[in-house]
Design a protein around this ligand. Sequence first.
Ligand SMILES: *Cc1c(COP(=O)(O)O)cnc(C)c1O
Length: 484
Amino acid sequence: MEFCSTRNSNLRVSASQAIAQGLSAEGGLFVPCEFPQVDARELCGLAYPALARRVLAAFLTDYDPGQLEEFARQVYGEPFGGKAGHLAKVQDGLYSLELWHGPTCAFKDYALQLMPRLLVQAKKNLGRDETTLILVATSGDTGKAALEGYRDIPGIKIAVFYPDHGTSEIQRLQMATQQGNNVAVYAVDGNFDDAQTGVKRVFGDAAVAQVLARKNVRLSSANSINWGRLVPQIVYYFAAYGQLMRSGAVQYGEPVDFCVPTGNFGDILAGYYAKRMGLPVGRLICASNRNKVLTDFLTTGLYNARREFYRTTSPSMDILVSSNLERLLWHMTGSDQAVAGFMEGLARDGHYQVDDATMEKIRQVFAAGWADDGQAAREIRSRYEQDGYLCDTHTAVAFKVAQEQRSERPMVVLSTASPFKFPRDVLAALGETAPESDFAAMEQLTARTGCAAPRQLADLQGKPERFRDVIRPDEIGKTALDLA
Ligand SMILES: *Cc1c(COP(=O)(O)O)cnc(C)c1O
């Protein structure tokens, strides 16, 4: 299997190169040049680690299959407590794919637990021996999931930068208490954009690259522009379908719709790959919060990032530039020139317009809707009171949109975070007065619902904080050099 760049279809690299490099030299993203065909029915019958191995092996053809099997066993067994890809029934025909049973209680664990192993192996496959320094700007979930995934991995160091006072207390403590000998965490005096701009500047700084090269260090990123983050997410679409088959809810071949709370368009794009590999996916429904740039795009064909940015109760979806949409546009247009044109428009003017024929193709698979914070809160309450099902603020956005888009087909909502990651907002949604402290809120949420908080979150209370440094955005470069 070869990978090409979305902005240069003639450029072809191996899976190892795509994963080690992250971004193509001219700024494009790596995409598989074709969709591998698998026996989808057979895959749906496999246990999660075996299924993961098969999906990975279909794309990562220059990796040793025995090695992939080992990785899948290590990652999707014990760390997910036997609940990898767990599907819960909410109502007849409505299901929740609970993706938050991993070490950091967010779906990003699926990719970020595996990705370090893929990166180490990619370097081996390519005969490279440099140290990789991973820099991550995060508004919360990605930083913790990346720290947990990369900790103590040989040949890799990781530094995470988050906005000071810009995360929940739980999210901050998850990072500040991080264990591992190759990790560093900094609060940045500014907002998420300041942290992200600071990190991007380091990636583009030739002087920094030169100093690092002398030390045999190469910078890398852990965000979802890397193909290695997408491929593990394809697996759970098969796992969900398999559970629907075993419970008798579908016969193989009947289409199932998926509704996905979306930010960077990575999770939902993985569903598109599953469909193109032969899984009977019906429609993929993109659920946005008030930052509904994707819903507007899917409705009108105009992608317009020049709009007001809102902070919502689903912060991991507070995104105006959804990087992975570029991959879908390449698959749908088949034209690197068209994609390069769109991305130029986005960089230059903050918007681009996609032609009707392409939008027609996209709309055959994708639908969209959105919910504001109030609607999401009401959805949390309805699902709890009517169905006895407790969900977080991100998942609630998708449940709201899923209700609007339901047909006679089964509908699976991707549940991307544990409700205990956002205990104050969830409590408020249930009509309670939320206490100031996240830990008190967790206890109150347990008392109110009888649901237990995940141990890894409850245990944060009283854990020693290892990282307390606050730096200015313009100090990120120097900090990175010191770490190397
Ligand atoms: C990252 C994240 C999302 C958005 O996923 P994308 O792949 O960026 O679309 C949704 N919910 C939660 C809880 C997340 O952490």
